[in-house]
Design a protein. Structure first.
Length: 293
């Protein structure tokens, strides 16, 4: 079992999150409510503004539900700002978390920029759910400070954080990443860099098998999901979870793991390919394995 305890006094006061999509603005929210001044950057400035607006909506809902105080909401919003360039976002930070789309070329190029402009002692994290951390960091002069930081959707509700270390990640960077997780009140595990890590690899296998069962007529999507919810106490069945993640995202991860690990266990079922081709991507498009209002 990995030792996930941290004895580091390291605490982040200034952070940057690159990418203001579903995961990016959610991570920025967690960072801001953890006491960090957070700069949010997206190549589309309007997307960054929408991200800030969504954070405000999330916090307002949290206040109404009694999950956070109005004081914390106000403090968190004051800590948030928007940058119009990577340089502006990262130049005065202790922590950078990249949350760009799951494209290796995009992430690798972004990390080259991050390393160019971020302070030499900043921790550089990537929120990829399956791509090789080593390959993402391959263009960096100092890959020893790059760590995988895989948050779960939505980050402000799910408190789990999967840390991924590469062969180059040094002990100091990992210790600081653990301290960051503790500052964010995360439940931590540490995994060595490998395709899909632990969570995506295990979760995808279950999701793909559920799709094959649906294809084979074993049962309805609802009953296949309820088998895992009632029989194994999963909070959500694998098909509904796929709708929330996005069928296109699940397909991309399956293709990547199938290519990297071989065999048929990660081969995408035809039903998944057909739905993605038809634009049925899950909740974000209104229909996937379920219809969403």
């Amino acid at each position: 079992m990995s030792d996930t305890t941290s004895s580091s006094p390291f605490r982040v006061e200034r952070a940057a999150v690159l990418g203001a999509g579903t995961m990016g603005h959610g991570i920025a929210q967690v960072a801001a409510t953890s006491g960090m001044a957070v700069t949010l950057f997206d190549i589309d400035e309007e997307a960054a503004r929408r991200g800030i607006s969504q954070i405000q909506n999330n916090l307002e809902k949290g206040v109404l539900k009694g999950k956070i105080t109005p004081e914390l909401q106000a403090q968190a919003m004051k800590r948030l700002s928007i940058a119009t360039s990577v340089e502006q976002a990262v130049r005065d930070t202790q922590l950078v978390i990249e949350a760009a789309p799951e494209r290796l070329d995009l992430k690798r190029a972004l990390f080259t920029q991050i390393e160019q402009f971020a302070p030499a002692d900043a921790i550089l994290g990537t929120n990829t759910s399956s791509l090789s951390i080593s390959e993402i960091a391959s263009g960096c002069r100092h890959p020893e400070r790059v760590v995988g930081m895989h948050f779960f959707n939505p980050p402000y509700i799910l408190q789990f954080l999967e840390l991924i270390r590469t062969e180059q990640t040094d002990d100091d960077a990992l210790a600081k990443a653990k301290a960051i997780g503790e500052q964010m009140n995360r439940d931590l595990i540490v995994i060595n860099d490998s395709p899909g890590f632990a969570t995506s690899r295990l979760g995808l296998i279950l999701g793909l098998e559920a799709m094959r069962m649906l294809e084979d007529g074993v049962g309805s999507a609802e009953d296949i999901d309820r088998a895992m919810e009632l029989g194994y106490r999963h909070p959500m069945g694998p098909l509904r979870l796929t709708d929330l993640v996005g069928l296109d995202v699940r397909l991309a991860i399956a293709e990547y793991l199938h290519r990297e690990l071989g065999g048929e266990r990660f081969a995408p079922p035809q039903i998944l390919r057909d739905k993605v081709e038809a634009g049925k991507l899950g909740r974000k498009s209104g229909e996937g394995f379920y219809k969403w209002g």
